[in-house]
Design a protein around this ligand. Sequence first.
Ligand SMILES: [Zn+2]
Ligand SMILES: [Zn+2]
Length: 288
Amino acid sequence: MPQTVYIIGSGQDGGLPQVGSRMKPDMAARVDPLAVRLGPSICVLDDEGRCFLVDVSPDIKEQENRLLSLPGYAKRAMRNPFDGVLLTHAHMGHYAGLVHFGREAASCERLAVWCTEKMAGFLSANAPWDQLVSLGNIELKVCDGRTGITAPLEPWPGLSVRPIAVPHRGEYTDTIGISINEKLLYVPDIDNWDAWPAARDEVAKHEVSLLDATFYSAAELPGRNLKEISHPFITDTVKKFADLTDGSRIILTHFNHSNPVCDPASKEARSVTAAGFELAQEMMAIEL
Ligand SMILES: [Zn+2]
Ligand SMILES: [Zn+2]
């Protein structure tokens, strides 16, 4: 059964444009729909219209609009907009769109939502998310990547999703990346590659890796203490993984609105692609 991964949001949590910003890329994106980058999310769609969503961004309404342009998604006749959801962590770009699944909106029926034990506890204990649980709009299913040897979840036969614990600023919950069918690795948020000992092995063994590329370099963050920045810089990622691009595709994603690579014509974007990396585009499709 052919299955395709779509990058339905390649922005960092706030997307591009970001609310309140008057920076040049944000102003450009306000008048050019092609420059817009939605909140971070991917999904897996198969030929029968089954769709598994990874993270529910605040842009989920627009993301569903875009999915409806795909014949596979448009032919869905199911009650719920997705057949299952996985949440990586509780930073706003990755789960806040859940509000659209509740009583005032889609009113989903027992939509399966996989997440870590800590994330499940957070959703069950805090408004407004607890109401999604108590009303049965979502059904929490705990998967736990902490040991790294947890059995993959299987939303449907032929789709397996292995959660992988990664170090990332954990205010409310822990954070996971995922491996889809051991072919595609998705790590949208990580503090830095050196804090995750398995980073090189995981990237090397996957055909395609979608990696945290929030910031290009420290130049985007004047006056900030770099120790507080919980993301690797693209300049470091390129050094760390350049030799692996011979055998596998590495696609950078989760771009902050300040990141110069958001403009594919920028010298920074050209230097990244010249080094063998790809830059995520909205609705980019990757065959599994
Ligand atoms: Zn994020
Ligand atoms: Zn995060």
